[in-house]
Design a protein around this ligand. Structure first.
Ligand code: CA
Length: 226
């Protein structure tokens, strides 16, 4: 059965572009053009995923997300935020959005994130607690990497960082996003911290130019290879 995706977005051109692309990828998308309609449909119909814009007439996207979580509706939410609205991103993650994408974005990026979120929610419903990274398996219960017949312990930050990359496998995640997700964005850490932890992770993974597991995307961030 096709997975149903709700697109809550008032800008018709953007909403239709997303809908057409999702449709051509084999999903069953549907559009709600304001926050109240979005909330009503999100809370009364079954969806595999909700793409939710922040700026909406009626209830805004952040409120829609908070209200859904308040009703214990845990459908994955991909939030669309305006450029440089860091507050929206952090707030969005805090009130229960699963991921966000900054406008303008390209459709390939949106698809990568939709795929990653759906994979994650299918996996959660299967109860599996491992991820593979190249020749390694990330053991979520033990917070360690296993591979080559050995176990490599990870610090809490390394573990959270790698987990986040796994959950967004194939998508480019920027440093601010990693800071917010791993360190909580309290203002006392710097994007350089992310780079340092990525380099430690690469060492542990034996990641090299010849065999890239975590790619650097110049000027943007990092991407865990699919
Ligand atoms: Ca909008």
């Amino acid at each position: 059965m096709k997975e149903r995706i709700l697109i809550v977005e008032d800008e018709a051109a953007i909403a239709m572009t997303i809908r057409d692309r999702l449709e051509s990828e084999g999903y069953d998308p549907s559009i709600a053009a304001d926050g109240d309609t979005g909330f009503r449909r999100a809370s009364t119909e079954p969806w595999a995923l909700i793409v939710l814009d922040v700026m909406l007439p009626g209830r805004d996207g952040l409120t829609v997300c908070r209200d859904l979580r308040g009703r214990e509706i845990d459908t994955p939410v991909l939030m669309l935020t305006a450029k440089d609205q860091t507050l929206d991103k952090v707030l969005g993650l805090k009130i229960g959005a699963d991921d966000y994408l900054t406008k303008p974005f390209d459709m390939a990026e949106l698809l990568a994130r939709v795929e990653a979120l759906l994979r994650r929610s299918r996996r959660t419903s299967n109860g599996a607690q491992t991820d593979t990274i190249g020749p390694f398996v990330l053991d979520v219960d033990r917070q360690e990497l296993q591979g080559d017949g050995r176990a490599i312990p990870l610090s809490t930050q390394e573990f959270k960082l790698l987990r986040y990359l796994c959950e967004h496998r194939g998508a480019v995640v920027d440093r601010d996003e990693l800071l917010a997700a791993v360190w909580g964005y309290d203002g006392s850490t710097y994007t350089r911290t992310v780079d340092v932890h990525i380099s430690w992770l690469r060492q542990k993974l034996g990641d090299s130019r010849a065999q890239r597991l975590i790619a650097t995307v110049r000027g943007r961030g990092y991407r865990l290879m699919p």
